[in-house]
Design a protein around this ligand. Structure first.
Ligand SMILES: C[S@@+](CC[C@H](N)C(=O)[O-])C[C@H]1O[C@@H](n2cnc3c(N)ncnc32)[C@H](O)[C@@H]1O
Length: 237
């Protein structure tokens, strides 16, 4: 565990919270919205009307996308109070305040008791954790037996020449555009750095399996720029 990383990540997201949504959609050409919609649409039918926990919810976009599958309730937690503030306002305007609740909380020490949720999800959050394996074990702990974990995270395209073209955009253009628009040099050079360092594909599935998830799977999105990972908690422990 690296407590310093947690403090600096929280402060970094606090500093970019007001422009986070705009930059997310702008720098991804709006594709991030499709990724979140695809992610929630792969929740299997027997998990319809679930109680969902969205860890590292940020401004709540994944929680809002989940409204499409008609959950009983979505609870979002995040360490950045300023991201949550932007999220609460958005949720209020969309009329979802009775079904989405955002509160401050650490995904590596989830403030809920064992077996509280049917689905636990994370959108572009886990690579920011100071200890991703601990975060995964915590997600497993709060899931009910047979429950689903759904993780949407950046990965990296493998195919030539898309890999090279995207690599240039992601490492050169995106940090520059992000810095100019947000005014934060750190946040938008941290983004490619954190993605390049983080395991993806089969390596990430191994991490999920080590945390106790069964029947893990992955679905690559947009040529592998992002991936949705799924796994299940055992029916009986
Ligand atoms: C890139 S944003 C993703 C937000 C949102 N899920 C989305 O899809 O846009 C990452 C979020 O992870 C949060 N975060 C990082 N480490 C965390 C932790 N240990 N516990 C809870 N939230 C964390 C940050 O504060 C930030 O809001």
């Amino acid at each position: 565990m690296n407590p310093e990383k947690k403090v600096s990540v929280g402060a970094m997201f606090d500093s970019i919270a007001p422009g986070y949504d705009f930059l997310n959609h702008f720098l991804s050409f709006g594709i991030d919205r499709c990724w979140r919609r695809t992610a929630v649409s792969i929740i299997p039918k027997h998990h319809r009307n679930p109680e969902i926990l969205d860890v590292a919810t940020g401004t709540g976009d994944l929680a809002i996308s989940a409204m499409k599958i008609n959950p009983v309730k979505v609870t979002g937690i995040d360490i950045s109070e300023k991201m949550l503030r932007v999220g609460r306002e958005k949720i209020r305007k969309k009329g979802f305040s009775d079904r989405i609740e955002l509160s401050e909380g650490d995904s590596e020490n989830i403030p809920f008791s064992d077996e509280s949720f049917d689905v636990v999800m994370a959108g572009f959050g886990i690579r920011n954790f100071s200890d991703p394996s601990r975060g995964l074990r915590e997600m497993n702990r709060v899931l009910r037996p047979g429950g689903l974990v759904l993780i949407l995270e950046f990965s990296f395209p493998e195919r030539f020449p898309f890999r090279q073209v995207y690599g240039f955009y992601f490492r050169r253009i995106l940090p520059l555009a992000g810095r100019i628009i947000s005014g934060s040099r750190k946040a938008y050079s941290y983004l490619p750095d954190s993605v390049m360092e983080f395991p993806y594909g089969g390596e990430f599935l191994e991490l999920m399996e080590s945390a106790g998830f069964l029947r893990t799977g992955q679905r690559k999105l947009t040529g592998g720029i992002a991936t949705v990972y799924t796994g299940f908690k055992a029916q009986t422990q």
